[in-house]
Design a protein around this ligand. Structure first.
Ligand SMILES: Cc1cc2nc3c(=O)[nH]c(=O)nc-3n(C[C@H](O)[C@H](O)[C@H](O)COP(=O)(O)OP(=O)(O)OC[C@H]3O[C@@H](n4cnc5c(N)ncnc54)[C@H](O)[C@@H]3O)c2cc1C
Length: 119
């Protein structure tokens, strides 16, 4: 009986393994989000990692790290751009641990034709 209890306890403590392919900004963010759930062990498999020399096969080394939503519909803005913005806004919070990794800048955009208001 004790053995069976221990076995079932062990089973509940075994974390499911998730393999993330790719170590660019998308792969690393995905891995971090899965890890933060706490129930998974994550392994990242990739040809190129951030510490490798720059390569044309690894886009994240070249990015300017400029975040602007390019979602063109309200539903995309609500489902993807909004939550992403909230994460960046919180990370860049004055006084926060990552404050100095960010610059919050106002941006003015000019369009040739009229576009839907972002608000
Ligand atoms: C000059 C430049 C400036 C940019 N500026 C910005 C910016 O200011 N703001 C912005 O938001 N975006 C910017 N971007 C775009 C941004 O860089 C990309 O959208 C982003 O980095 C893509 O990330 P990713 O994780 O999808 O791909 P990547 O960073 O390319 O990572 C792909 C990963 O998958 C791995 N992989 C691929 N195929 C295989 C395989 N067959 N087997 C094993 N591993 C594999 C690679 O080794 C790598 O680890 C810029 C891009 C460029 C080129």
């Amino acid at each position: 009986m004790a053995t069976s209890d221990a076995a079932s306890r062990d089973q509940t403590q075994v974390k499911k393994k998730v393999i993330v392919v790719g170590a660019g900004v998308i792969g690393l963010t995905t891995a971090l989000c899965i890890l933060e759930k706490g129930d998974y062990e994550v392994e990242i498999i990739a040809q190129t990692f951030p510490t490798d020399p720059k390569s044309v096969n690894y886009t994240s080394h070249w990015a300017g790290a400029h975040y602007v939503s390019s979602a063109e519909t309200r539903s995309l803005k609500a489902e993807a751009a909004g939550p992403t913005f909230k994460v960046f806004w919180e990370l860049s919070r004055p006084g926060g641990a990552a404050e100095h990794c960010f610059l919050r800048l106002n941006q003015t955009e000019y369009y040739v034709k009229e576009v839907e208001s972002p608000n």
